[in-house]
Design a protein around this ligand. Sequence first.
Ligand code: B12
Ligand code: SF4
Length: 548
Amino acid sequence: LDPGKHDYEYKDNKDSINCLLVQPRFSEYSALNYIDVCKIMGAKYPSPPLGLMTVAAILPQNWHFKLIDCNVEPLLEEHLIWAELVATGGILSQQAEIQTIIQKAHKLGKKIVVGGPDPTCQPEKYQKADYLVIGEGENTIPAFIEDLSNGRESGIYRSEEFVCMQEAVIPRFDLIDFDDYIMMGLQFSRGCPYNCEFCNVIELFGRKPRLKSKEQVLQELQALYELGYRGHIFFVDDNFFGHRKDTTSLLRAMHDWLKERNFPFYFGAEISINFAKDERLLQLLKDVDFRYLSMGLETPEDELLESVNKVQNMNSSIKDTVKKILSYGMVPDASFILGFDKESSKTADKMIACIQESGICMAMVGTLHALPNTQLAEKLQRQGRLFEEGTTIRDKSTEIDQMSNGLNFITDRPRIDILKDYKKIITQLYAPKNYYQRLTYMGTNLKKENKYKANRREFKKVIIAFSRLVSIEGFKKDTGWLFWKLLFTLLVKNPKALELTLGMASMYIHFSKHSKFIIDLVEKKIEFLEKYGENEYIRIMKNKAQTA
Ligand code: B12
Ligand code: SF4
């Protein structure tokens, strides 16, 4: 397999250069950085930097690469000294870290190229980078390489067109240590056919899903297989079923490929709820051992879904869909949003009831954040309600993601009411009794028949993880009794669901800590509003925006 096959080469009087790829650190307080759980499972971080691994495969293959993921190891001066070119990038929540990496590189006189979702959405924030790549790397990097070959010291590269995914190259999976991560990412498509007002996938990747061929996906699986990877692969597509016919055909091809190799992997993906109702698709997913399905449910209220143009989620019973997914052996997780216009004082209770009754353990409720360049941001701007065009991360210990840092606009309902509701939702959902109630529901309804069987090494990891989990959750004052009750209930009623359910039980170690962090932050915001009022809050936010 040839990961980066290109028809262009870096031409210089030297054969090769040392290129250091740096994945900026995510905050340990991000909802999705379950580092404590990773430790239990013998890993350091949930998933590797697929964007930079892809970039490495697009860059000339006669270069020497080193990839430092700051989530698993620190960036040292010696790494930068080794480098002749530094490459970094990432998403909004990595903005402040990207700036720090630019500074560090410059301090040692190194040139740095920056790209990825946030630099693409807000290039003006990255003017200090020597080379700025806006958009997808596949069609912007060639121009950058040409300039570099010609000795240009800086440049901005932008492509007006989206990449044809049939030309995508295999990411450089060899640049990471598999043991550092719980799962690998793999991408089948980019773009999403839907048009949700708050989402910036459409702006970044377009509404027409662009797909790799099934042969390309099988080649990537083969690359991972040959490199010795076994276990969890997560499809990072924003909507794995945004193109039902092709995904169906991919799943069939995957099934044959996996069967020939005795099912070396199991999978997860993001899908929309309308597809999760389709039993034929669910059966196909079950056949290739999908275990996790993530859904952006946003709200159980149809009027709100309609108002933000998430119409594909309307007229769906969340409870029935979740039960159906569980009956096909898969664990659903879901994200929800609070802070939409037209919400009422009943919204919080409806959301809590929906999540609790459906038994969604990993229910990530965030506050609405108008991401740069989205239809939502444009609308709020027109209405004079947006605090700041774009988003500047000023405090990286409290402005982390949509849970810690949302509502960057003048809200429809009083801000203090939304925040009080938010506190109530997080408090209730992550109370030990409620979380374990959802776990028990999940565990007793999950009909699991594993295809992937852990090898001896993986099995040892599972046993160690289990004993670590028992020693933490089983003896805590607030969860001990609940944990043992869950364990015995499953042993009696549904032992096949033990592995996945205990996996979700281990997530509580993260969520209980994380929810306390969020509740604390929200309380501070409420205190401020109670003391100074909403007008003062708005005045301060607008002033901050002017000085950005
Ligand atoms: C998987 C994923 C995650 C994983 C991250 C796994 C990881 N270790 O990276 C998880 C689940 C943890 C996650 C979390 C979040 N995510 Co996320 N995530 C994604 C998703 C679905 C796929 C990312 C991916 O792997 N893409 C595949 C690679 C190949 O694409 P890429 O990274 O964009 O790279 C290409 C280009 O951008 C460019 N490029 C990238 N880097 C560089 C660097 C250089 C030097 C160059 C030249 C080019 C370049 O070239 C690449 C090839 O074309 C994207 C959506 C999407 N379709 O990409 C959202 C997305 C990146 N996430 C997003 C968001 C908002 C979040 C959260 C903040 C959401 C939240 N819950 O609050 C959190 C942040 C959590 C945190 N840790 O702080 C937004 C980012 C928006 C923005 N403007 O920054 C996206 C775009 C989705 C969206 N709704 O808009 N996410
Ligand atoms: S379905 Fe998901 S990815 Fe597609 S536009 Fe809506 S929120 Fe974005």
